[in-house]
Ligand binder design. Structure first.
Ligand code: ADP
Length: 727
């Protein structure tokens, strides 16, 4: 091979150029700083193409930082070859060079003359990286002397610079990637944190709101509990005292802590505590509400009764979250209940002693309530439901119509009742009941009867005994009265008897006349008969007064009965110079009663009136007997005298037994008379006259049929006494 020596000046020039190129190459990293690999490659290719005067230059990057493996070829523009580009067509050139380079990375430097198309080209490869790990550069020139040593040097330096630049770019890219990734991660994390923070903030806000709401509701709850006008305690689900309102603290005079120990302190009365603990524990265990009464200690040590009611407060799932306890002071009610119980006991005892039972009867429901004593009186088991039918089984059959009548009247109208009826007990004994009831309507207009029933059997028996005794007493009195009347009776009997004797003698004398005076004899005989009848009447009445009889009820004319009494006592009255006046009502209704007893009363009044006028000398001893109907349509009889009267102070005493102002008096007449009149459902009383003397009167009910006694009813044998006859 022929070596042509270069001219020194050319060589100097070439070397200078080489030096310049070298400086340019060394400056490349500064240019590349921060650039991308593709930019580096472009700059490198342009620089090499120009510096080394190449026909083409090729760079293959095996592992670029941020892209796929790449091949880049730059073909020089040449004026001498118009269609050069077509000669070194990049795609074919790349394919050729790939084949030329092969896969063996050990082949780091290749240099040879090759035929590419029609052209013979000197090819030089230079690895990027020790093992081409970065890539490879291939420079191609048609010059045969390519590469000269300076060119090889420049190519090597360019390759090294490219490696440095690419590594820096890689590093930078990596750094950027890492930084980006970091940024991305930071951003992502930041976003995540922001999101989490957002959620957290929301949660915190919600929690705060919930807490505020809870606090507000607790506050409200507390306000409500504090303002309840009663004692309130809130307890945990386990039953421990959690909160008490000020009222409870004030009442007990104890702190919340002290009240928590209620189970072992004296807050609850010792007698109530075991029961309270038992009831309370059972409720806390079962979850059922509790309700009990117990005595709680007040701050001053006084125990008062409370009603304690507790309800469980549950959450949405039904779990008990607390117990709410309300303590209501029922001390006064309790005391009232006790008092009521006591008074009920007193009432029951009183009813038992007095044998008075009470009842109520609600018309609307037919509900009948009896007191204990009423059950006893009727002989029913206590608490048996009382019905009218049940009562009917005990009422005496004879009194059932009475009872039914009463029931009907009670149903018809609000009225008051008072009547007596009998019970026929299972042992056939008879009980007498006095029944009194008062009808009322409640505010809804419902009718109710409230009444009392008294067992008057004993009284009835006593009254019967008394009536018997009275009757006997009356009999005695009659006898006594009659004793004083004996003289007048004797006189009364004597009168007709002497009349009979006289008339009989006259009659005989008239018959013995010649001719006999028959008409005169007939007349005297008639008078004899009349006097005989008179004597007989006297005897009859005398017998009646002496005979001891029970009260006999008969329809009678009081005018007639009075006339008989006047007739009986006429002689005595005449002896006392008493002027008897009668003022008998014509339309006097018949009465029902015991004729003899009523006549005893009239007789007694006449005798008293006569006695009262015994000492009267300055005025006529006038006695007025009057019969009339009073304003109540009863029959009234009054005996008015002009006697000495009586002291108004002692008016009531006149009717007392054994009260008398007379030397020979017994003081039983008026008393017995009043008994007789009362047994005839009547009334006997005394009044002082406007003028001198007194008036004694009685009134008795008229008979049932309203019949009126008349003169026509008068017994023909009754002595004729003119209504206004003056004796
Ligand atoms: P006695 O006639 O045996 O005294 P009474 O019971 O009949 O008993 O009378 C009681 C008393 O009432 C009489 O003693 C008399 O004082 C008084 N008294 C009765 N009737 C009259 C009368 N018509 N006027 C004044 N006092 C009378």
């Amino acid at each position: 091979m022929e070596v042509q020596l270069e001219h020194p000046a050319d060589e100097i020039k070439r070397l200078q150029r080489c030096m310049n190129d070298l400086v340019s190459l060394l400056a490349l990293p500064a240019i590349w700083n921060g650039g991308r690999p593709c930019d580096i490659v472009q700059t490198l290719l342009d620089s090499l193409l120009r510096m080394l005067d190449l026909d083409f230059v090729y760079v293959s990057l095996t592992n670029p930082v941020d892209a796929a493996p790449s091949e880049t070829v730059r073909v020089a523009q040449s004026q001498e070859h118009q269609s050069q580009e077509q000669m070194f067509r990049p795609r074919e050139l790349c394919a050729f060079l790939n084949r030329w380079l092969g896969d063996d990375p050990q082949k780091r430097y290749l240099q040879e003359r090759s035929q590419i198309g029609d052209e013979e080209v000197s090819l030089v490869s230079c690895p990027l990286g020790v093992q081409r790990e970065i890539g490879v550069i291939v420079a191609g020139s048609r010059r045969a002397d390519f590469p000269r040593d300076t060119e090889a040097l420049l190519l090597g330096i360019a390759a090294n610079q490219a490696v440095v630049g690419l590594q820096q770019a890689r590093l930078l890219s990596e750094q950027k990637r890492v930084a980006d990734e970091l940024d991305q991660r930071v951003a992502q994390r930041t976003a995540e944190l922001a999101a989490a923070n957002e959620v957290l903030s929301t949660e915190v806000a919600e929690r705060r709101r919930a807490e505020e709401a809870l606090a507000a509701s607790e506050h409200n709850c507390r306000l409500i509990v504090d303002s309840i006008p009663g004692l309130v305690a809130l307890l945990t689900p386990a039953g421990e005292v959690e909160l008490v309102n000020p009222q409870l603290v004030k009442y007990c005079g104890r702190t919340l802590e002290e009240l928590r120990l209620w189970g072992t302190s004296d807050t609850v009365h010792a007698e109530d505590l075991p029961r309270v603990v038992q009831v309370f524990t059972r409720s806390i265990t079962s979850g059922d509400p509790y309700d009990f009464e117990a005595r709680l200690r007040r701050f001053d040590g006084v125990y008062r009764w409370f009603q304690v009611r507790g309800l469980p407060v549950r959450d949405a799932d039904g779990r008990i979250i607390r117990w709410c306890s309300l303590l209501t002071d029922i001390d006064e009610r309790k005391r009232a209940e006790d008092a009521l119980k006591r008074s009920e006991a007193f009432l029951a005892e009183g009813q038992r002693l007095s044998r008075i039972g009470s009842f109520s009867w609600r018309m609307e429901t037919g509900e009948i309530t009896w007191s204990e004593e009423l059950y006893r009186i009727f002989g029913f088991e206590p608490d048996v439901p009382v019905t009218l039918d049940l009562i009917g089984t005990r009422v005496h059959p004879g009194d059932l119509p009475l009872m039914n009548d009463m029931v009907e009247k009670a149903r018809d109208a609000v009225t008051d009742f008072e009547y007596e009826h009998r019970l026929l007990m299972p042992d056939y004994s008879v009980k007498y009941l006095h029944f009194i009831a008062h009808g009322i309507r409640d505010h809804d207009g419902r009718l109710e009867y409230i009444g009392a029933v008294q067992d008057v059997t004993q009284r009835q028996n006593s009254e019967e005994a008394l009536a018997k005794a009275r009757s006997e007493l009356a009999h005695v009195a009659s006898v006594t009265s009659l004793a004083t009347l004996t003289a007048s009776i004797a006189h009364e009997v004597n009168q007709p008897l002497s009349g009979i004797v006289t008339n009989a003698s006259t009659c005989l004398r008239m018959l013995t006349l010649d001719p006999p005076n028959v008409d005169g004899a007939r007349e005297t005989a008639r008078r004899t008969i009349r006097d005989g009848n008179r004597a007989s009447d006297v005897i009859t009445r005398l017998r009646a007064l002496f005979s001891k009889k029970h009260i006999l009820a008969e329809r009678m004319d009081l005018n007639d009965a009075t006339r008989e009494v006047i007739a009986l006592s006429l002689s005595e009255l005449q002896r006392n110079r008493v002027i008897v006046r009668c003022d008998f009502a014509d339309d006097l209704p018949l009465v029902t009663g015991d004729r003899v007893q009523l006549q005893q009363v009239i007789l007694n009044l006449l005798r008293n009136a006569s006695d009262a006028m015994n000492t009267v000398t300055d005025r006529p001893r006038e006695l007025l007997i009057r019969t009339e109907r009073d304003e109540d349509d009863r029959v009234l009889l009054s005996v008015k005298d002009a006697g000495i009267g009586f002291d108004p102070q002692t008016a009531d005493r006149l009717f007392e037994t054994f009260y008398t102002t007379k030397n020979d008096g017994m003081g039983v007449g008026l008393c017995v008379s009043r008994s007789i009149i009362e047994s005839h459902q009547g009334r006997l009383w005394a009044t002082l006259n406007d003028g001198p003397g007194a008036t004694f009167s009685f009134s008795i009910p008229r008979g049932p049929d309203g019949a009126i006694g008349t003169d026509r009813n008068r017994d023909v044998r009754t002595p004729a006494v003119a209504d206004t006859e003056v004796l």
